[in-house]
Design a protein around this ligand. Structure first.
Ligand code: NDP
Ligand code: 2IT
Length: 445
């Protein structure tokens, strides 16, 4: 490891003990940035890197609620307000039992660079709770959301911090959170994105992360004069991002052969066509069932506790969670001839897996570039809310496509290494410059 990176990381680890996901996210970025910063001493002198790795504010709070049996439940809520140099804090809320400060700090840190890459005026933040929505009734989810917002509402606002969905937070949760905010603040404002259409949401926001990821992959493919036609794709997860990645891949003539959840994966060599995808959407979004049921419905193989990376494919779309591809799995994908990996999830590949992809010189689109379409469309939702207007589906989709192409160009600009495009350093440097320059303008704050 570069000496400067080592010194920097020692300090990060000392200041943030035990936060391994946060260390991982910072290290990846710092490895890309250090050579650039050495060449641009103004950033070094102003200690931009040291400041960018320190959240502006972290809020942690108790979330008490009554379950359906009348028993008191206590969860922990968080909002990490990482950086507001280029706009109000923006980033999702995650509800999952694994949520802790390290995970939310890594996500908020990534979000700063991702949001900058979109070219829209949004800072970075992330929040959530260790609440597990699985197996809870609608009433319990509502009670949790109301209690969570009772504290969170003090810290957010349309020009301060605008949360959205992430794992475990979809339309239902955003509705309950919005309802409680409106009641407490006595204001109807765009304090959340991912809202329903009839009360301030944007068309295409539900689809945006998955569609955006496929648009980004399309740009990567074009650099090798390739297209999606007849490409075999593996997708992990079966939630929001996985579903709309599959939908767009189908539209582009590719064949998606896997989906998964935290219990296991299904392999459907015939492809998950639109009809089967409609079944998945109903299963996951309405019935809240398990992906195993797909295997029973369509008579295909189900592999408990397995991830899709051993299946031969041309393109892989990790769309479930962090660290879902280890080095061995990355190597297996390469050995099976994978041409590209586009990350719908945030940091789905472990650090040595990323190295494996870069060494093999495949098309590797890291999450902060490839999945930025979700937050970008959230920013478009904010714009529509400010204007009190709604754009058409075509308008929003066109803007999303343009944004993903633009992000790709930024990655090329900063990541070109001879014939190879290193999208990791490209995304990290491009995302950094805008935020760092704004911080320089704002003085020592
Ligand atoms: P959902 O809650 O809709 O779906 C998550 C999916 O991933 C589910 O299939 C879930 O399975 C699976 N999953 C979650 N945690 C784990 C785990 N620990 N191990 C294995 N599988 C797991 O979330 P999203 O689709 O919104 O998010 C997926 C990823 O995309 C996350 O990394 C998120 O941060 C990222 N992302 C999301 C954006 C958005 O707009 N929603 C934008 C950009 C990135 P199960 O149901 O069994 O838990
Ligand atoms: O990781 C992400 O970019 C998101 N979960 C979406 C955030 C947002 O504000 O739309």
């Amino acid at each position: 490891m570069d000496k400067n990176v080592e010194v920097f990381m020692d300090e990060i680890i000392r200041k943030n003990p035990g936060e391994k996901e946060f260390h991982q996210a910072v290290q990846e970025v710092v490895e890309s940035l250090m050579p650039f910063i050495e060449k641009n001493p103004k950033y070094k002198k102003a200690k931009i890197l040291e400041r960018i790795a320190e959240p502006e504010r972290v809020i942690m709070f108790r979330v008490p609620w009554l379950d359906d049996n009348g028993e008191i439940q206590i969860n922990r809520g968080y909002r990490v307000q990482m950086n507001s140099a280029i706009g109000p804090y923006k980033g999702g809320l995650r509800l999952h039992p694994s949520v802790n400060l390290s995970i939310l700090k890594f996500l908020a840190f990534e979000q700063v660079f991702k949001n900058s890459l979109t070219s829209l005026p949004i800072g970075g933040g992330k929040g959530g709770s260790n609440f597990d929505p699985k197996g809870k009734t609608d009433t319990e989810v509502m009670k949790f959301c109301q209690s969570f917002m009772t504290e969170l509402f003090k810290h957010i606002g349309p020009d301060t911090d605008v949360p959205a969905g992430d794992i475990g937070v979809g339309g239902r949760e955003i509705g309950y959170l919005f309802g409680q905010y409106k009641r407490l603040a006595n204001e109807f404002t765009g304090i959340l994105t991912g809202k329903s259409l009839n009360w301030g949401g944007s068309l295409i926001r539900p689809e945006a992360t998955g569609y955006g990821c496929v648009y980004f992959a399309e740009e990567m493919l074009k650099t090798r004069k390739e297209s999606f036609k007849d490409k075999i794709c593996t997708v992990s997860g079966s939630g929001n991002v996985a579903q709309y990645t599959t939908e767009k891949l189908n539209q582009y003539g590719a064949k998606v052969v896997t989906l998964s959840d935290s219990s296991g994966m299904i392999y459907d060599p015939e492809g998950i066509d639109d009809k089967k995808l409609a079944y998945v959407m109903d299963l996951k979004n309405i019935k809240r069932g398990r992906i195993k049921e797909y295997a029973e419905e369509y008579n295909v193989d189900y592999y408990p506790d397995k991830r899709p990376w051993e299946i031969e494919c041309d393109l892989a779309f990790p769309s479930a969670t962090q660290n879902e591809i280890n080095k061995k799995e990355a190597q297996k994908l390469i050995d099976n001839g994978v041409m590209g990996v586009a990350e719908g999830a945030n940091m789905p590949t472990e650090a040595d897996g990323v190295e494996t992809f870069l060494d093999a010189k495949i098309l590797y689109g890291p999450g902060k570039a490839a999945n930025a379409g979700g937050v970008a469309t959230s920013a478009l939702e904010m714009t529509q809310n400010s204007q009190r207007l709604s754009w058409t589906r075509e308008e929003v989709d066109k803007k999303l496509q343009w944004i993903m192409q633009n992000i790709h160009q930024s990655c090329v600009k900063y990541g070109k290494e001879g014939d190879f495009i290193n999208y990791v350093s490209g995304a990290n440097i491009a995302g950094f410059v805008k935020v760092a320059d704004a911080m320089l303008d704002h003085g020592v704050v």
